[in-house]
Write a protein that binds this ligand. Structure first.
Ligand code: ATP
Ligand code: MG
Length: 568
């Protein structure tokens, strides 16, 4: 290790137009939608948002900003059994924290339950939908396969009046869950399985987080989504690739609204997958519910709230999102690119301090007892405007235990018996004595300092091979430091068919160090404040902190494996 600061080359991206931007530009050129651009971000409030959602947020809100358009936040709350207000609140907090805001109030698919129900009635009346009272298994068995057409339901050709009547009674709660469903009447022989008379309404006797017990029939996502887009005037409805095959259905419904000529347009892009990460709300919920992590905002989670608590900045996530770009091909992004993005941002912005995680006491025997002095230290070598601070120095210090070796091997240049090193911003010191306890464990080092080397340079020009960080025992703030490693030890924990993803959890993903010492500058830190602990990494103050016991999370180490891999 050297005392050189972690200067990663500036790789901030100039955002290039992606294929969606080009399509929007083309639509604008053709004067579509009265030259409006209006997108939406449509989360289902059934969990906390993750870094994959962040990509979608940056994309949708980014388009709103770049094209001088608008972006709605719309909660897709069509499945009452999994949705909760806690998730709604966390989603709004996360979108805002990323630096985006939506137009108007947030929308909810449930705002449209009435209109959707009316539209369903219209479809029935026009002979485009029917009530099927076969059970789910039978319906599924009749679906056919991509190469073999499905079988038509015996209820497919019942009269519109009969279906309408059944739908009304279904809505009034006369039937049990699963007794019947409303299906669109499209084509049981369509090569696209989604067009084989998809279910559009089902009975669910569940309490809804917004509409309470008003409804016992709920629209399916596929049925709700396009119409909500239409009613909100969305021009470009951007979703992930797996919805490409749903697009004909999306269009089929919207075309049957027949209110105006305007049509929202669905565009698909590849979802974000990250190495060493699971990215499905269902699986993340499992980790939370079963206590594998300490909540949705556990700093090891790929959730936006977890990343925030870990020390990620909104800028670093937005930059990451720009860097990975938008494509039509599913792939896997190396998680070190995400780590690189936060390092790049914190390198420019984080306050430097010195902190010792694994302390070894050093007594400067020729420094007067009961004396201390303040030395000048640079707050951020990347940004002069951040100024300087004073760091207290005294007779007793802590250095990092790993920075001393009693019998240093050839390439170890740090402290050893009889060796001289520099203490950053302070003095040269030489180690004279190694003090041990009865077990032979080193308890302290006795060193002398050279008063003439104040500030870190010797007047006679002699050189030292290492610069160590240190803190003054008397002045340091005792803290807990939490070191995080990847939650999974496998590159693709989700990619093993036979083996559950939890089998790949890294049992060493959290290491708690209760007795660390940080220079007094951090006394006034507020939760989530960022620091670079020199030579160690980036850290931030955890909200669990108290005045008596500050807690720091390690965001990332300084070593940049992404930048290294790029050089190779
Ligand atoms: P998950 O698969 O994690 O449960 P989801 O797709 O069910 O996520 P939604 O709440 O429906 O979650 O997603 C809201 C929006 O975020 C959708 O437009 C969806 O396409 C997008 N999104 C979800 N996951 C990703 C991802 N990994 N990459 C990019 N966009 C995503
Ligand atoms: Mg979903």
């Amino acid at each position: 290790m050297t005392d050189k600061n972690n200067t990663t080359e500036n790789t901030e991206v100039q955002k290039k137009a992606n294929f969606i931007d080009l399509q929007i530009e083309e639509d604008l050129k053709q004067g579509k939608n009265d030259n409006r651009v209006h997108t939406r971000f449509p989360p289902e409030p059934n969990g906390y948002l993750h870094i994959g959602h962040a990509k979608s947020i940056c994309l949708n809100f980014g388009i709103g900003e770049n094209f001088n358009g608008k972006t709605n936040l719309r909660f897709d709350d069509t499945n009452p059994s999994k949705e909760e207000t806690e998730y709604v609140d966390s989603i709004m907090e996360d979108v805002r924290w990323l630096g985006f805001d939506w137009d108007n109030e947030p929308y909810f698919a449930s705002d449209y339950f009435e209109k959707l129900h009316e539209f369903a009635c219209k479809l029935i009346s026009e002979g485009n939908a029917y009530i099927d009272d076969q059970n789910a298994e039978t319906i599924s068995n009749q679906k056919g396969t991509p190469t073999r057409p499905g079988i038509e339901s015996p209820h497919r050709n019942r009269s519109a009046e009969e279906s309408l009547d059944l739908f009304k009674r279904m809505t009034a709660g006369e039937f049990d869950e699963g007794a019947c469903v409303l299906r669109a009447k499209i084509d049981m022989a369509s090569p696209n399985m989604h067009m084989r008379d998809p279910i559009i309404y089902r009975i669910m006797k569940a309490h809804h987080h917004r509409t309470g017990d008003k409804w016992c029939v709920y629209p399916m996502y596929d049925f709700a989504h396009g119409q909500c887009d239409y009613w909100e005037g969305i021009t470009h409805s951007i979703c992930t690739l797996e919805f490409e095959v749903h697009r004909p259905l999306y269009d089929w419904f919207v075309n049957r609204l027949q209110e105006t000529d305007y049509r929202p347009r669905q565009i698909e892009f590849a979802r974000l997958n990250l190495t060493y990460t699971v990215m499905s709300k269902r699986k993340l919920l499992e980790l939370v519910k079963d206590g594998h992590v300490n909540g949705w905002d556990d700093p090891r989670m790929p959730t936006i709230s977890g990343l925030r608590r870990r020390g990620y900045t909104p800028e670093s996530i937005r930059n990451f999102s720009d860097k990975i770009g938008v494509t039509k091909v599913n792939g896997m992004i190396d998680v070190t690119l995400l780590e690189h993005s936060v390092k790049e941002h914190l390198n420019k912005t984080a306050q430097r301090v010195m902190g010792v995680l694994n302390p070894l006491k050093v007594v400067i025997t020729n420094y007067p007892e009961n004396q201390s002095e303040e030395l000048d230290a640079v707050n951020n070598p990347e940004d002069e405007t951040m100024g300087k601070r004073k760091v207290p120095f005294s007779r007793e210090l802590y250095i990092e235990r790993e920075d001393f070796m009693e019998e240093p091997p050839r390439k170890f240049f740090r402290l050893g018996p009889g060796r001289e090193v520099r203490l950053r911003y302070a003095y040269f010191i030489t180690c004279n004595d190694v003090i041990k306890d009865e077990n032979g464990e080193i308890t302290e080092l006795h060193c002398t300092y050279d008063p003439a080397s104040k500030g870190g340079n010797s007047p006679d020009g002699r050189k030292v091979k290492a610069t160590l960080h240190w803190v003054s025992v008397e002045h340091a703030v005792k803290s807990e430091v939490r070191l995080y490693d990847r939650l999974f030890s496998d590159e693709n924990p989700d990619g093993h068919k036979e083996i559950d993803f939890k089998e790949f959890m890294n049992s060493d993903s959290l290491q708690v160090l209760p007795g660390c010492y940080i220079e007094p500058f951090v006394k006034d830190a507020k939760p989530l404040d960022h620091f670079q602990f020199e030579r160690l990494g980036y850290f931030n103050l955890d909200p669990d902190s108290t005045t008596e016991k500050p807690v720091f999370n390690r965001t990332v180490q300084l070593r940049d494996s992404w930048a290294k891999a790029q050089q190779k």
